[in-house]
Design a protein around this ligand. Structure first.
Ligand SMILES: C[S@@+](CC[C@H](N)C(=O)[O-])C[C@H]1O[C@@H](n2cnc3c(N)ncnc32)[C@H](O)[C@@H]1O
Length: 505
């Protein structure tokens, strides 16, 4: 159905246009125009097209990679529809399709491939498949946000495309759009995931542990949604789809025993505390590291928290853009200062607690049994609700439980700074399930206390024992069905702890 020379020149023109976009970096970024590798186009079409497919839409079609490939497979240029805001890209897409089948009048192709906003066009139409790679324009306030089913203003544009596409497929039809990995867990994409569950189910899934789009570090995935299908993951479980690609073992955490929030209050601090503390922070003088002076509190940043290892005074850190060897907060000056709310905040924080780094390769936490440290934003604070002795160490042990860490790693995949890092919020911490085996938990708690108090060369071995006890606490056998998750967790511990715990990379 093609005329070879026309086709070649249309293809060459599209390639040249994309290469030019690549040079004009700013322009490309602003439009979210990163074109899709052919292998990924093929993977998507393998799942989206069936012998019955008659109408396909790419709502952000660019120069038409999906349209051309779909038209070829279906043997019908009339089957494909597209829209893009970029008139030049649309012109090139039309030319490529025209070259595929010169018998189809240009007006017919132009009617199906339009210069239009894909979030606003195609209302009332029903397609067999909606495919493509819509723009990723995170955190851009879209003027159309209100028109795409009441999505939040910070919903990534690509997720808004996914949401809208759900209403453009017929029952049984397929939506398969490239998305940033953050769609799996980002709070702002929650309504989109809920929309998928309402209209259908994720029936297939692609993702890659490395970026596949030239020129951008964004990790991507493709949830393949079938309209009208049932079952599959719930709106909060999408992370599990990608977990295997990132080597995260699957775990099924018990939920019967309650959650961490039942036994301890988990809180985050904010910019008021961060900026408020600035004038009262100074570096410890020689001698003050071993014994901080009265009315001074060590300030604990995320970087000073390793699993069961407080590192204040032994490694330098940064606070409010300044380097410190051992930052101390002058509490007397703080109390005498002009901000009574900040002084009350500090008082409330100076209690026995567990401090949790907001992000790490595992969940990183330390216990402050004496209640003498202050957290630095974004460190999270966990304060036991009752005076029951030992709760503090049980809380620390829970953060060191390999099944809990694996579950969090899968659940919150793609929300951290790097895909390998686990980012937990206070709310998420609060929702961590408690262990079901209380005897093993008590054992883990005692070992967690020993781990934190052990000299650093002995800590790795004790940590490994905590991991094993806490694997049992969640109903898994460290030498049987829990071996994989335990090994995974040990491999992710900070280097020193990992090496001495006998694991090899
Ligand atoms: C990542 S490119 C992908 C193009 C195409 N899916 C492909 O793989 O070749 C995204 C395209 O979306 C277009 N775009 C951005 N906002 C749009 C909107 N609201 N409606 C339609 N297209 C849009 C850009 O011009 C760009 O061509």
């Amino acid at each position: 159905m093609s005329q070879e020379p026309d086709r070649e020149s249309a293809e060459a023109a599209a390639a040249a246009y994309e290469a030019a976009l690549g040079d004009a970096r700013g322009d490309r970024r602003a439009r979210g125009a990163f074109y899709t590798p052919p292998a990924l186009v093929a993977w998507i079409l393998d799942r989206a097209l069936t012998p019955e497919t008659r109408r396909v839409l790419d709502p952000a079609c660019g120069t038409g990679h999906f349209l051309v490939a779909a038209a070829r497979r279906l043997g019908d240029v009339r089957a494909v529809h597209g829209s893009d805001l970029d008139p030049e890209a649309v012109r090139l897409a039309r030319a490529r399709l025209a070259a595929l089948d010169p018998t189809v009048p240009a007006e017919e192709i132009a009617a199906r491939v339009r210069v239009a906003d894909g979030l606003e066009s195609w209302a009332g139409e029903a397609f067999d498949a909606v495919v493509g790679n819509p723009p990723f324009l995170g955190q851009l306030r879209r003027r159309t946000a209100g028109q795409t089913g009441g999505l939040g203003a910070y919903t990534d544009t690509s997720a808004a495309f996914l949401h809208r596409s759900l209403s453009l497929v017929r029952p049984g039809g397929i939506v398969a759009l490239v998305q940033p990995l953050s769609v799996l867990a980002a709070r702002d994409a929650g309504p989109v995931r809920a929309g998928v569950a309402e209209r259908g189910a994720v029936v297939d899934f692609w993702c890659h542990e490395r970026p596949v789009f030239e020129g951008t570090p964004v990790l991507t995935c493709v949830p393949v949604v079938r309209a009208g299908a049932t079952g599959g993951v719930g709106p909060d479980g999408w992370g599990a789809l990608a977990a295997p690609s990132f080597g995260i073992p699957a775990v099924d955490l018990p939920t019967a025993a309650g959650v961490l929030g039942d036994v301890a209050a988990c809180t985050a601090d904010f910019r008021d505390q961060y900026y408020g503390l600035r004038p009262y922070v100074r570096d410890a003088r020689p001698g003050e590291v071993a014994a901080p002076p009265p009315d001074h509190a060590p300030l604990v940043t995320s970087g000073l928290i390793d699993p069961a290892e407080p590192r204040w005074g032994s490694v330098p850190t940064r606070f409010a853009r300044n380097p410190y060897d051992a930052p101390l907060v002058d509490l007397a000056a703080l109390r005498a200062g002009p901000d009574p709310a900040l002084a009350r905040w500090a008082e409330a924080r100076l209690v026995p607690k567990v401090l949790v780094a907001a992000q790490g390769r595992v969940i990183e936490a330390v216990a402050d049994a004496a209640g003498g440290w202050l957290p630095s934003v974004p460190v999270l604070t966990v304060v036991p609700r009752g005076p029951e002795p030992g709760v503090l160490w049980r809380v620390l042990a829970l953060t060191l439980a390999p099944p809990v860490v694996a579950d969090a790693a899968a659940r919150y995949l793609g929300t951290g700074l790097t895909p390998g890092s686990i980012k937990v919020s206070a709310r998420q911490l609060s929702g961590l399930p408690l262990p079901t085996d209380r005897t093993a938990w008590a054992e883990g708690a005692e070992l967690a206390r020993r781990a934190q108090e052990a000299p650093s060369d002995e800590r790795p071995e004790v940590l490994a024992a905590v991991g094993a006890a806490m694997t049992r606490a969640y109903g898994l056998d460290p030498e049987g069905d829990g071996a994989e998750v335990l090994a995974w967790w040990r491999d992710r511990l900070p280097r020193g702890d990992r090496a001495a715990a006998g694991t090899r990379r």
